[in-house]
Design a protein around this ligand. Structure first.
Ligand SMILES: [Zn+2]
Length: 316
């Protein structure tokens, strides 16, 4: 899409989701775990000591002008527009003069939870086996058969013998083939076991005034879709609707051209042209890479996996 002869872009982009401690205002008794705030603080201080911390406008300008970024250029990104980002991340970045790029979902007052977040609340409340059993008991016989068929097929990709693999396996079933019935069933389970979903969503996601305050404090925003679908699982028309929603929201929040982060890291070769035609100049994946030949597939490292490595080292 660009005319310049620049080589692949080098950028260390970090990806974060929940940044919270048990019992703090972000976790709010939900039991949903996250990267501990002290661990996050150590990470960004360590990064800032050794790297050139970049803001999204600096990356955007380099892309627009076909310039290279500094070889130690580092960008902090945060997915899903969570209250953690206002409550815990924004104050830490602001006091250090750092910026973050926040990929938020499009939200309207009265919206419920995204499917992935319903699963997080229910995993915390019921555990994996409890959630799986509760979902199955509420599906029709046809849906149960489909559930078991997809689950059996996906076992090749997600090893159910490991805790993370077993959770990813359940998610892979509920978020794709079963997503339509799962939305309804999971909302019913939230009402039964957790609480009022609209209130939970209002507390979990960034509110417009928080977004305005973060933007005024040097933070930047990107698109992450409306409903958080797998883009490799939905058709082009649905993808266009999801991207249009993000563009309409971003128009009031952030100077374009914008950045996008693929929900669940789901990739589809049809998506980049749709993004490019709707005001986006870059898109971020969940693939761990430091060199990015295509600005619509910028890889990111997961800050939580860094935390797990450092914790393992701490314990010998
Ligand atoms: Zn997401």
């Amino acid at each position: 899409m660009s005319e310049n002869k620049r080589g692949p872009m080098e950028l260390t982009a970090w990806m974060y989701h929940y940044v919270r401690d048990p019992g703090d205002a972000a976790e709010a008794g939900s039991g949903i775990p996250g990267l501990p705030v002290a661990r996050f603080t150590e990470q960004i201080d360590e990064m800032a000591r050794h790297n050139q911390m970049l803001s999204w406008p600096q990356v955007r300008a380099a892309l627009l002008e076909g310039r290279d970024l500094p070889p130690d250029g580092t960008l902090l990104t945060f997915d899903d527009g969570l209250c953690d980002h206002y409550l815990n991340v924004f104050p830490l970045l602001k006091e250090r003069g750092l910026s973050g790029l926040f990929f938020a979902l499009v939200r309207a007052p009265g919206d419920g939870l995204a499917l992935g977040h319903k699963i997080h609340y229910l995993l915390a409340a019921l555990g994996l086996a409890g959630l799986r059993a509760a979902v199955l008991s509420r599906l029709s016989p046809d849906q149960q058969a489909l559930f078991r068929q997809v689950e059996a097929r996906n076992q090749a990709r997600f090893d159910p013998a490991t805790p993370d693999g077993a959770i990813d396996l359940l998610k892979s079933v509920l978020q794709r083939e079963l997503s339509a019935p799962a939305e309804t069933v999971l909302s019913a389970l939230i009402a039964e076991h957790v609480g009022d979903e609209i209130s939970l969503a209002a507390a979990l996601y960034l509110q417009p005034e928080q977004i305005r305050e973060m933007a005024a404090g040097g933070m930047h925003f990107g698109g992450h879709s409306l409903t958080h679908p797998w883009f490799d699982f939905i058709d082009e028309e649905q993808q266009a609707r999801e991207i249009d929603a993000s563009a309409a929201w971003l128009a009031g929040v952030e100077r374009g051209p914008w950045a996008f982060a693929y929900p669940y890291g789901g990739l589809n070769p049809r998506t980049p042209p749709l993004l490019a035609g709707r005001g986006f100049i870059a898109a971020f994946t969940t693939q761990a890479r430091l060199t990015h030949p295509d600005p619509f597939y910028i890889g990111r490292l997961d800050g939580e996996s860094l935390a797990a490595l450092s914790a393992a080292e701490d314990h010998g």
